[in-house]
Design a protein around this ligand. Structure first.
Ligand code: AMP
Ligand code: MG
Length: 441
């Protein structure tokens, strides 16, 4: 906060001082900022994609089974298909009348009382048989044990156990019955949903389109990752972290490179970005109150701008608005502040665009192993969480300056100090966002 002792001495300074004061008092909460961003974000339309491209995306339609799974009655074990009633008084010797492998058909063969068919896991149940007795419960187990492999054909088999009708048989449709809605619109496509679609013969599915995200770093001090660093220059970190986060949360990053700190160049780069038809534009830096912080000026002159100071640490300065109806989030410049703001504001926007219905970051409750002081803003403290004797314990991962990347690299979580809380004591229960957990259950 600005102290009265720094009070202005002439008209220009008075104007700047008043602007900064009004900006400071324009502090909004993290929840308010997020709600205001999300109010402008809608799920994107559907596209039909090859099944594997649907991974981690959200279905836009119900998937209805047009066949049974499994499609036919089949054996759940390697063994003998029998009439269960024959096994009431074991041991019993049955005549072996054939063999059925997985993938074979067996319409020409029928089990009757006193006979059995050697059958492999997944092979169709022959007519007449109502159960399968496992090899291990027959005389064949001796051969498996002694020689590693049973003889291919035998004329009879001894069954040592009583089994019931239905034992070791997978009934047609017992997993999915034809006509059932197996996946609902809005479902997240995890590997198991991909498998379900494959089982039903769907090689393409309809999912929400991926958000196209234009990324623009701003700053005269920035050089590209391959360029030599001249005097006063630093490498453009934010383009990389932001692009990586966009990818991680299911977006398509469109990297625009670096805009210099002039209105003209920034406008040119923004236009370049708009030509790529993004669903969202992200900038980094230039949203604070320095002399060359011009992102908000360009937003205001070229589009509609809401410029906020958010009660968050790190990452207080932030811009949000629209240019040509494209939402734009102006992230702070310090690399960790940009990442933390991305997690809190951009990630939910991306997930909402991609059709997710829950965009909360997964958290755990952990016990603080270290005391933490706080200014009063909601503070996302880089931290290391570990599981210890059935509970989570957490401590900071190092120096917390908003540009210090090493503590971010060491961190696996962001410990949340709620707004208004000035002190976390050792032993307090705290919420920690787990950085690498993608979706909340
Ligand atoms: P600004 O908001 O423009 O005052 O930037 C705040 C701090 O973030 C300054 O120290 C910048 O040099 C730094 N910064 C801005 N953009 C980037 C970037 N793309 N990569 C790394 N650091 C940056
Ligand atoms: Mg700058």
């Amino acid at each position: 906060m600005f102290k009265e002792c720094c009070a202005p001495i002439d008209t220009l300074h008075l104007a700047i001082y008043n602007f900064k004061r009004s900006w400071m008092s324009n502090l909004i909460s993290v929840d308010d900022a997020l709600a205001r961003i999300l109010a402008h974000i809608e799920p994107l339309e559907a596209e039909r994609v090859p099944l594997l491209d649907a991974l981690d995306r959200v279905l836009t339609e119900d998937v209805i089974a047009d066949s049974n799974i499994p499609p036919f009655d089949n054996s759940a074990m390697d063994g003998y298909a029998v009439v269960a009633a024959d096994t009431q008084s074991p041991p019993v010797t049955l005549r072996v009348i054939g063999e059925i492998a997985a993938g074979a058909t067996c319409s020409d063969i029928c089990v009757t009382s006193g006979s059995a068919i050697r059958i492999m896991t997944g092979a169709p149940m022959p007519a007449g048989a109502d159960a399968v007795v496992r090899f291990e419960q027959t005389s064949e187990s001796d051969h498996v044990g002694a020689h590693g492999r049973a003889p291919l054909r035998r004329d009879s088999v001894d069954v040592f156990t009583t089994i019931c009708a239905g034992d070791n048989v997978r009934r047609a449709g017992e997993d999915v019955s034809c006509g059932a809605v197996v996946l609902h619109a809005g479902a997240l496509m995890r590997p198991q949903e991909i498998g379900m679609c494959a089982a039903l013969g769907h090689s393409r599915v309809n999912v929400h389109r991926k958000p196209r995200v234009a990324i623009l770093a701003t700053g005269d001090e920035l050089v590209g990752v391959d360029e030599p660093i001249g005097a006063g220059k630093i490498r453009n970190v934010n383009e990389w972290t932001i692009a990586a986060l966009v990818l991680r949360y299911g977006g398509l990053p469109l990297c625009l490179g670096i805009a210099r700190d002039t209105i003209e160049h920034l406008k040119t780069k923004v236009e370049e970005g708009l030509a790529l038809r993004p669903d969202l534009m992200l900038t980094s830096a230039g949203v604070s109150v320095g002399d060359f912080d011009i992102v908000k000026d360009v937003l205001a002159s070229e589009g509609r701008m809401e410029f906020w100071s958010v009660a968050i640490k790190p990452g207080k300065p932030m811009a949000f608005g629209h240019i040509n109806a494209v939402p734009l989030i102006g992230l702070p410049g310090n690399p960790v502040a940009a990442m933390v703001s991305f997690e809190q504001f951009v990630r939910p926007a991306l997930l909402k665009m991609a059709g997710h219905r829950n965009w909360r970051k997964p958290t755990v409750t952990a016990i603080a192993d270290e005391a933490i002081e706080n200014s009063g803003r909601r503070n996302y403290v880089r931290a290391v969480v570990r599981r210890c004797a059935g509970e989570y314990r957490v401590r900071t991962s190092g120096e917390q300056g908003s540009g210090v990347l090493t503590s971010m690299v060491r961190a696996n979580g962001l410990l949340i100090v709620p707004e208004g809380i000035s002190h976390i004591h050792v032993g307090d229960h705290v919420e920690v966002q787990i950085l690498d957990w993608m979706f909340e259950m």
